[in-house]
Design a protein around this ligand. Structure first.
Ligand SMILES: [Mg+2]
Length: 398
C-alpha cells in the first residue's frame, strides 16, 4: 500500500490533536536577523529566531521545506517536532537546518508557555538563580578607543565586556600585531572591567600559542575561538598552553558537534548560539552534557531579542551557566536597528549591576512589534560580512 505524502504528524488511529500548527512565517529583519512566527489553529502565536547572519535566504528555504512536515503538527509536542525535522529529513545537522529548527523550536516553547501562562524557564525546571550576569561588546581599534568604550559600558551598568582580540591577522604575522592586541586588552583591564577576548577564528595555529601566552598575564575572562572549531585537534593541543579559559561554540550546531570538544577536555566554556544550534531544546541538552565534563555554559548571542530571551530562560534554569552575551549597543549595528528596536517591552532587558532579571512574563516574554516587523520584512535584507584581505591580496578570516 502506498502511503500518502507525509504531511506532518501521523495521527494513526488517535484523534486529531487539540491544537495544530497552521502557519510558519520567516520574517527577515534588520540588521541581519530572521524572525519566525508560528500560529496555531486556536490562534496561539509564538515567535522564534532563526538568525544565521549572511545566510538568511538559505534558512528561509529550509523553513519553507519544514512547513511540509509541521503544518498540522501538535504544537505542544515540541520534542517530536524537533526530532521530526532533524531526523526525518535524512540529511541532518549543520548551520542552515539547525537554525531553521531553532526558530521553530523557540516559537513552540513560546506558544506552550504562553498557553500555560508561565515564563518558559518554569517549564525547564524553574530557576536556579535570580539574575542573569551579562556582558556587552566594545569596539574600537586603538587602546584609547577601547578604554573609553569600556568606561561607557561601566556607566551603563555592565561589569564585563567582550572585545575582538585582533582585526584580520596573518597565518604568521609580525610580533608587533601581538604587542598591539595585548596593549588594547591591557587598557581595557585597567578600567577595572572584566573582559572576554574574541578571536573570531581569525588566528591560525602558528600564532595561537604566542597570543595565549601574551594575554595570560592580563587575566582575560576567556579566549573565544582562538582557532576555528574546524580543527578540534589543534584546539585540544592549545588547552595546556596557558591558564586562559578557552571558549568556543557559536559555529557548533548540535550535541554531536560539541562532543569531541568535551571529550578532549580542551573546552572550558561552551558557547552554543540558541538561534544556530537547534533552539532551546538542543541548547538545554548541550548545557547538560557540558555539566558532565565540568564545562561552563555561556550562550552566544550577538543577535536579536527573541534569541536573547531564549538564552535568558535557559540561563535561569541551568546550573553551569556563567554569563550571557547581549548585543545591546553593539558597535556594528545602527542605533535604529539595535537589540530592542522591534519589541514593545525593552525593559525586559534592563541592565543593573551587570545583570538582567529573570524574565517573568509568560512565554519567552518578548512582545514583538508585529507591524514594524512585517513592514521591514517586506524588503528582505541581504546582509553579508565583509571580505577582508591582507596586504598582498590574500583572503583573511572575518
Ligand atoms: Mg565569537
Amino acid at each position: 500500500m502506498t502511503r500518502a505524502p507525509q504531511s506532518s504528524h501521523d495521527p494513526g488511529a488517535s484523534a486529531l490533536p487539540a491544537d495544530r500548527i497552521v502557519q510558519i512565517e520567516a520574517l527577515p529583519v534588520l540588521p541581519r536577523w530572521l524572525f519566525v512566527r508560528v500560529e496555531t489553529a486556536q490562534g496561539a502565536v509564538g515567535w522564534g529566531e532563526a538568525t544565521l547572519e549572511g545566510h538568511v535566504e538559505a534558512v528561509t528555504g529550509a523553513l519553507d521545506a519544514m512547513r511540509d512536515r509541521l503544518i498540522g503538527h501538535d504544537p505542544d509536542r515540541i520534542e517530536d517536532a524537533w526530532q521530526l525535522c532533524h531526523r526525518l529529513g535524512f540529511y541532518r545537522g549543520g548551520p542552515v537546518l539547525l537554525s531553521a529548527i531553532a526558530g521553530v523550536d523557540q516559537a513552540l516553547w513560546d506558544i506552550k508557555a504562553r498557553k500555560l501562562g508561565v515564563p518558559v524557564y518554569q517549564l525547564l525546571g524553574g530557576r536556579v538563580r535570580d539574575r542573569i550576569p551579562v556582558y556587552a561588546w566594545i569596539g574600537g581599534d586603538r587602546p584609547a578607543d577601547v578604554a573609553e568604550a569600556a568606561r561607557a559600558r561601566i556607566a551603563q551598568g555592565f561589569t564585563a565586556v567582550k572585545m575582538n582580540g585582533t582585526e584580520d591577522i596573518g597565518w604568521l604575522d609580525s610580533p608587533r600585531a601581538v604587542d598591539a592586541l595585548a596593549a588594547r586588552i591591557g587598557e581595557v583591564r585597567a578600567t577595572g572591567i572584566d573582559v572576554g577576548v574574541d578571536f573570531h577564528g581569525r588566528v591560525h595555529q602558528p600564532m595561537a600559542r604566542t597570543i595565549l601566552r601574551a594575554i595570560e598575564p592580563l587575566g582575560p575572562l576567556f579566549a573565544e575561538e582562538i582557532v576555528l572549531g574546524d580543527n578540534p585537534d589543534v584546539f585540544a593541543r592549545l588547552a595546556g598552553f596557558s591558564s586562559v579559559p578557552l571558549a568556543l561554540g557559536e559555529r557548533l550546531y548540535s550535541r554531536w558537534d560539541f562532543r569531541p570538544f568535551f571529550e578532549s577536555g580542551a573546552l572550558d566554556i561552551a558557547q552554543p548560539d540558541l538561534a544556530h544550534a537547534g533552539g532551546l531544546s538542543e541548547g538545554r541538552r548541550i548545557a547538560a552534557m557540558a555539566e558532565t565534563y565540568d564545562v561552563a555554559f555561556a550562550p552566544h548571542c550577538p543577535i536579536g531579542p527573541i534569541a536573547l530571551a531564549a538564552c535568558l530562560h535557559l540561563a535561569a534554569a541551568t546550573p553551569n551557566f556563567v554569563i550571557q552575551e547581549v548585543s545591546m549597543g553593539i558597535h556594528y549595528n545602527a542605533a535604529s536597528a539595535d537589540l530592542t528596536a522591534l519589541m514593545r517591552n525593552p525593559e525586559l532587558f534592563a541592565i543593573e549591576r551587570g545583570s538582567i532579571a529573570v524574565p517573568e512574563r509568560p512565554g519567552l516574554g518578548v512582545e514583538i512589534d508585529e507591524a514594524a516587523v512585517r513592514a521591514m520584512a517586506a524588503t528582505p535584507h541581504r546582509w553579508r560580512n565583509p571580505a577582508w584581505r591582507g596586504p598582498h591580496g590574500e583572503l583573511r578570516e572575518w
